[in-house]
Design a binder for this molecule. Sequence first.
Ligand code: RIB
Ligand code: CA
Length: 309
Amino acid sequence: MTPKPCIIDCDPGTDDAIALWLALASPELDVRLVTVAGGNVGLARTSANARAVIGLTGRTLPIVAGAERSLLADFRAEPAVHGQDGLGGVRLPEGPPLAPGVAADAIRAELRAAAPASVTVIGLGPVTNLALAFATEPALADRVAEIVLMSGAWTEGNITPAAEFNAWNDPEALSVLLNLGRPLAMATLDLTAQAFVTPDLVARMAERAGGACWRAALDILRALPASKRFGHRGFPLHDPCAIAWAIDPGLFGARPARCEMDLAAGPSRGRTVIDRWDRLGRPANLTLLETLDAERFFALLAERIAGLP
Ligand code: RIB
Ligand code: CA
């Protein structure tokens, strides 16, 4: 098995943290670069969190900060979910320093050095950094094997009734990626709802011994607030679903679909209008992840992260 060269753009963020640990624990992925956007709790905090999360693994890899705001507006943070610190109050040792430069430039440099159709580009937050990279050097799209995003919804949103947080925070950036003409897999809220975390599940997972990363992941899962969208019974674990697709697509049911972005001002701005039944007769521009084998997903997550330092 040849590991997939990967770039991960994120906004840690509690679920981003667990997603980063899953990625760095998995031999299927060769994480070459991690870039950071403001998203969940503002760039100062998300950058510090990315450094701390990656530092806890003992791995050395470039972490580069990028967008403090979207292409057209400020990000709207989500401290109610992630806590003011962005990690649910879980305190980690300070991580290594950021690499110099700006995320979009680092992404372009990594792609420029890559073989054609070789790099898996994973987006776990508002995809401003990724859009800036490809908008300023479109030819680099041919170095991309696949784009994998946690983004969007085909039913209701989670930051507005119509839109999911990452898509809503920079819908123009998502539109750039959807029109890039490269394979793109999307884990929407409808998929991540199947990666549902309950207190019983966390208690069962905690029976597995592990190192500092695993203990911190469990602390984060204990700290995350139950979602009113799910009757306060637990919460969906969003970002690790995108990483799991890159590791083992066999965990998922998926189909081609067409996604159009609603970019107009108003209550549905940022909506991913996903045509699952080809009603528009337009060519598919994404692989829509529809079903998840949740038992195997959580078993993979626990086995991999528990094996980290
Ligand atoms: O809507 C969920 C997404 O928004 C996740 O990526 C979470 O980290 C937030 O960024
Ligand atoms: Ca995120």
